[in-house]
Design a protein around this ligand. Sequence first.
Ligand code: AMP
Length: 580
Amino acid sequence: MSNSFEALGLSSVLLQTLEELGYETPTPIQSSAIPRLLNGEDIIGQAKTGTGKTAAFTLPMLERHDNSPIYGLILTPTRELAIQVAEAVHRYGAKLGVRVLPIYGGQPYSRQIRRLEKGVHVVVGTPGRILDLMRQNALDLSTVRYLVLDEADEMLRMSFIDDVEVILAATDAHKRQTAIFSATMPEPIKRLAKKYMHNPSVVAITSDEMTVENIEQRYYIVREADKVPALCRLLEVEDLQNTVIFTRTKAGSAELAETLVARGYRAEAIHGDLPQVERERILRRFRNRNITILVATDVVARGVDIPEVSHVINFDIPQLPIEYVHRIGRTGRAGRAGTAILLISPKQRRNLRMIEQFTNKRIQRGKLPTREEVLRARNLQFRQEMLAYLSQVEHLEDDGLLEELIALGYSAETVALAAMQALRLHEDQRPLEEIRDVKEREHDTVVRMPRKGGRKRSARYERDEDGSEAGMVSLKVDVGRREDVRPADVVYGIANHGDIPGRVLGAIRILNYETFVDVPQEYAEAVLNSGRSTRIKGKQIQVQLADKRSPSRGNSRQNESQHGHKKTRKKKSQKRRLLT
Ligand code: AMP
């Protein structure tokens, strides 16, 4: 596997863009997919969000750019992903002047049609709206030379696969190179691949690169300015054997190592600027326990053989979730216990959630040690040092000072206490700065990960005391069995029209006249606001907050019979409840 973008065969304009974006090395999926795609091959990429898959399929597409109309088409299951991918295409293709248009439901047709008429090179969109535009003769896909299905399994789950097939059939099979990205490969996707691809090779990220099972994972939210003091508190109370601390930049690793050394830790930085012999020397010292803390960057960590450690500390959150998995894989090997600590700033909560989603595991929020806890830890450590010292010294020699002090009237005990205090004074020179609290938010305590064994989206979330899913808001939609609504229609409607990825929707309960759907709190407002433009089964729907005693919380009969009364509820007071 190649370790540089250059070696993958990308041209200089894109290389320069990647450098400016700070991408130093390709991720595994990029190393395997990019050369094949550049070579014109069809591929099936088995990789989740967070592996760098977007760049893996976008960069080779951009190498095809020759200013011709709609040469690239990327299909995504949700509006949110369409926007995200279109942004990535724009970002990577800016220097080439690539014009990209995201197309999704919920936006006026006229705007999209105008943009299409002006001319675009790449279209990224959800199948439903793309099909609509094709049917209106506003979108001609016969020019497509590079087609990507992103998150194909999600499209299948959301019942878009028939639409996808119509779109595939509308492109020219002889012209077209095709890539399918999917985390799993259910039968219908395999069938699609067989029918529409030319000898695709499978590029997969093996699952052993993703296990984090034996590792105790914690995160701490601290302001950027408080990171060093926070790290130092942790170093004082954690039972550290040997530790790797990861920083984002080389300069950062050198600076942090210096700070730690100044505070009395045996630490050294290891980064790409150091010559190989120097790196080996540092690693030897780490293995021999001459140093106990290695401050490393990802690049060097990947290239060298770092031994098993008791703790991995992510001083800077990694850009990619997969990088996080690589980092913390330095601990908890071979069934041993390991601890992984992650420091994040309040703004990085989103990145944290990406990691949780990627590893399918909840990371616990830790509380930073208080001053008292640090002082207690220092006491304990001093006690151990004293005991170790006392057990080691064979005989204690007195050069006459003790006798002199006793002659002055001090007891041996007082002298011993004073000597210990003098020693302690030296130790307590270590600063113990104030750290400002970052308030807990709901996300910090709410579990939004599927339970063990639960299906990916099937809403197997933790439940609140009142029976609703933790962190979810129950919304009511005024369509139901009467309109022949199926769960997939609800997902389609809300995901496609509201600004919300389908996979985050929770329990869906369809009654005769209405449907209840649990939506994560942070999306609830967007869904409520998008209500008027949202259609389910062709019907314009009304979305409102469900009553606390709604059927999605258990009491369906009562609610059915209450149908009609609830319309009198005041929207304003509901909204207030949502926002508090
Ligand atoms: P994706 O898996 O495509 O959703 O990418 C996840 C994140 O990783 C995005 O924010 C990308 O900007 C970032 N990313 C992708 N490739 C690299 C790379 N080689 N080095 C650093 N960051 C990357």
